[in-house]
Ligand binder design. Structure first.
Ligand code: FES
Length: 111
């Protein structure tokens, strides 16, 4: 992963603990989630069918699809319950000082 893959997208003030914020890159919609002060980024598109995860409930490390209720762990992208079985794509995100930097091309390192 090179530093040039990362884009400065926000200030941490824009994504408080327990909140999400969506960023769009060409065809990609990526949701950055603040889990207790740590940032995680996943695709905003549910892997079951089309729905925007950022419009669902977000609590602790789980985001719930607003359409059929599948839950995903945003730290890993894993689907936690049916009807979704396929994980959502994760993306590398870093906090540099108060700046949020996101890579729309690189997956997150496994946690
Ligand atoms: S579209 Fe998300 S659970 Fe069906």
């Amino acid at each position: 992963m090179t530093d040039s893959d990362f884009i400065k997208v926000a200030s941490i003030d824009e994504i408080p603990v327990g909140q999400v914020k969506v960023f769009e890159f060409d065809d990609e919609r990526i949701t950055v989630c603040n889990v207790s002060g740590s940032l995680y980024a996943v695709s905003d598109i549910c892997s079951h069918d089309y729905a925007l995860l950022s419009e669902g409930e977000f609590e602790n490390n789980e985001i719930t699809c607003p359409r059929h209720g599948a839950r995903f762990d945003v730290t890993t992208g894993k689907a936690l319950c049916l009807p979704a079985v396929v994980p959502v794509q994760t993306y590398a995100v870093e906090l540099r000082g108060s700046e949020v930097w996101l890579s729309p091309t690189q997956p997150a390192k496994p946690v």
